[in-house]
Ligand binder design. Structure first.
Ligand SMILES: *Cc1c(COP(=O)(O)O)cnc(C)c1O
Length: 391
């Protein structure tokens, strides 16, 4: 069975051209980029080229790019650095809907005596800007807010948020893992101090990330050791993955228009057809500005896990908003923060498309999902009550 992969916010296929670009750097050109000899030097040249390609996609300059092992590392490094840069400041601001890579390190800080403010969102997932404005003060070391939400695709007004943070002397970091490659960025004309991205969300391999660090912004490294990355991230460079990421960023720049036309058109067709065919469904964050590839739909009176299981049997890979932790099914913290009713949060499914998604795949989902939902509603006591009420 050929899979229909609609879980691109979890990870993406490595582009064949990206794989070809990295292939020689395992068995042939395996030199250490830091070595003095020509054999390492030729790897260093490719790493430099990759740094330029990443910078070009972000509108940054190459010396502002620090390669890390993943998006999670970049997020952690940004937050830890800000606290070391401002040892006297004891306040951190984030949002309630962040990825665990930001939320967990922030929440851990409360145990170390920090004040941590988690800004709320409205029912469409939009950031409460008034709450943010009121929360930032001279004691705030860092404001860290995601660019686009991985579960709903909702985009935050990041430049506006950065301006609010900067006005009070705080550093501003954004987890842009879901935005890079889908939303045009121009960091040269931005107030963002630090930005995280991850290779495997934009058709590069897993295990490579970037921390963008604006020139002049003070930084205290998390990983110390050798002098790699201008002493901002020690450890022998993952040269092959860096080279792959450079290629992926170059392709992302070329494909940005496709993301916002072809991919968006497929997403729009998927959501409008499902909404037309399935009663009592709603798009989580549907009224907000969203990524072009993501749709998160709440189907009332059904369990998300049950939907996923049946879709899985049809070869359709999607994701539920909820994280299943040790048998207890907790609805997603993102949907809870939006105030999505419990019965809806439990039946929420995220479809995330990519430039590899085809018309035929979307047709299949539009055909297969409505009977799956109807079947599950028929089986659940709530669903039956609900259907009876409908006559
Ligand atoms: C995937 C993701 C991360 C984590 O990136 P990794 O490279 O997997 O560590 C962080 N933030 C967001 C928004 C993500 O979607």
């Amino acid at each position: 069975m050929k899979e229909i992969y609609l879980d691109n916010n979890a990870t993406t296929k490595v582009d064949e051209a990206v794989f070809e670009e990295m292939r020689p750097y395992f068995c042939e050109l395996y030199g250490n980029p830091s070595s003095m000899h020509f054999f390492g030097g030729q790897v260093q040249q490719k790493v430099d080229e990759a740094r330029k390609r990443v910078a070009a996609l972000l509108g940054a300059s190459p010396d502002e790019i620090v390669f890390t092992a993943c998006g999670t590392e970049s997020d952690n490094a940004a937050i830890r650095s800000a606290l070391e840069v401002f040892p006297e400041k004891r306040h951190v601001i984030t949002s309630r809907v962040e990825h665990p890579a930001v939320l967990t390190p922030c929440r851990n800080l409360t145990r170390k005596g920090y004040r941590v403010t988690e800004i709320g969102v409205d029912s469409e997932g939009r950031l409460d800007m008034a709450e943010l404005k009121a929360a930032v003060d001279e004691d705030t070391a860092i404001v860290t807010l995601m660019y686009a939400n991985n579960e709903t695709g909702v985009i935050f007004p990041i430049e506006e948020a950065a301006a609010i943070a900067k006005a009070k002397g705080a550093l501003f970091h954004t987890d842009a893992v879901q935005a890079v490659g889908k939303v045009p960025l121009d960091l040269a004309a931005s107030k963002i101090d630090m930005l995280s991205l991850s290779g495997h969300k934009l058709h590069a391999p897993k295990g490579i990330g970037v921390l963008y660090l604006r020139r002049g912004v003070p930084f205290r490294p998390f990983m110390v050791g050798g002098h790699q990355e201008k002493s901002r991230r020690a450890g022998t460079e993952n040269a092959a993955a860096i080279i792959a990421l450079g290629k992926a960023c170059e392709l992302a720049g070329q494909n940005m228009a496709t993301e916002n036309t072809q991919v968006k058109a497929l997403r729009d067709r998927l959501q409008s057809e499902l909404m037309a065919r399935i009663p009592h469904a709603r798009i989580n964050g549907g009224a907000a500005e969203r990524l072009p590839n993501t749709v998160n739909i709440a189907f009332e009176f059904v369990e998300g896990e049950a939907i996923l299981l049946l879709l899985n049997e049809l070869g359709i890979c999607a994701s539920s908003g909820s994280a299943c932790t040790s048998g207890s099914l907790e609805p997603s913290h993102v949907l809870r923060a939006m105030g999505v009713p419990f019965t809806c949060a439990h039946g929420s499914i995220r479809f995330s498309l990519s430039r590899y998604t085809t018309d035929a795949e979307i047709d299949t989902v539009i055909r297969e999902l409505p009977p799956v939902i109807a079947h599950l509603r028929q089986m659940s006591p709530f669903g039956r009550e609900f259907l009876k009420g409908q006559g």
